[in-house]
Design a protein around this ligand. Sequence first.
Ligand SMILES: Nc1nc2c(ncn2[C@@H]2O[C@H](COP(=O)(O)OP(=O)(O)OP(=O)(O)O)[C@@H](O)[C@H]2O)c(=O)[nH]1
Ligand SMILES: [K+]
Ligand SMILES: [Mg+2]
Length: 353
Amino acid sequence: MGIVEKKNKATEYHLGLLKAKLARYRAQLLEPASKSGPAGVGFDVQKSGDARVALIGFPSVGKSTLLSKATNTASETAAYEFTTLTAIPGVIEYQGARIQLLDLPGIVEGASQGRGRGRQVVATAKTADVILVMLDATKSEEQRTLLEHELDAVGIRLNKRRPDVVFKRKTTGGLNTTVKLTKTDEKTIRTILASYKLHNCDVMIREDITTDEFIDVLIGTRKYIPCLYVYNKIDAISLEQVDKLARTDHTVVISCELDLNLDYLIDRIWESLGLVKVYTKKRGVRPDLSDPVCLRKGATVEDVCIGIHRSLAANFRYGLVWSGRSSKFSPHAQKVSLNHQVQDEDVVSIFTK
Ligand SMILES: Nc1nc2c(ncn2[C@@H]2O[C@H](COP(=O)(O)OP(=O)(O)OP(=O)(O)O)[C@@H](O)[C@H]2O)c(=O)[nH]1
Ligand SMILES: [K+]
Ligand SMILES: [Mg+2]
């Protein structure tokens, strides 16, 4: 091992340990053992519909204007900052699905540490299925980094999956890695485990994770939430700038004022939610296409049953599925059991005992 490489390894090791301690300290601050503390409590809005989408952004980027345009709910809008002081829910109707859109107060730098209503806002963001990070296209790119930092500080990981690491508490300890670790090493992992007093657990690492990702898994309360960056007010920037922003990953450009690209935004929100719509059909009756059952991708006929009525799965005999996009070409239904996976736009009939 060269001298530079040795030095890098030593740095990675000490920094890893330091970050593990800091992360644990912060997690305790955010989630106090007693549930009574004000820290980490979101706005008291009932979840409704098939999914929740939260609007996060600095003041006056146009969050309330978007809510008022995309839903039937009016939220006060004005040119001054902090017009919105609480959470305002609205409903986006999307091909029969109902998506709750939450307008929230603007946040400022330091929100995660409790500036303004920031902490309440970011705690509410944690309850969302998709986060819309809303940005003013006329302002500097720095706003995006600042917002990401505030969300990161409360344990929200945007557009990331949970790292493939499995823990099992045991009477003896063991560390298994099924891949070569290039971004961290076993010594760092072992020392972090020891610093958390996790001597007796089996750890299986199944992907090439970083030290930070390992700490995230240990803390355990991280939320992995899909996010769209929504640049509003594109009526006020050049076409070149619009072009550049629109080509960025996970990004949608809009103008609430001119009603530009709002339908496309809603398509992208639906796509980010990763849901499937399934229509149910009774014998001899056409399926009701206005009232789908919405489920996570990968859902089964059993989930459809539960979505209709709790008792349905217990009395299940068999199901018939007319599969989604291909149903036009195959008028015949497929006979299926409870564990059959459904696809978007499938029509399903359930027969009971
Ligand atoms: N040019 C332009 N102005 C917009 C657009 N959308 C909203 N605005 C203006 O931006 C200002 C702020 O809009 P709001 O909807 O109140 O913004 P907000 O993000 O809800 O603000 P807070 O609740 O204070 O955090 C208002 O004066 C809107 O008219 C847009 O697409 N283009
Ligand atoms: K405003
Ligand atoms: Mg507002």
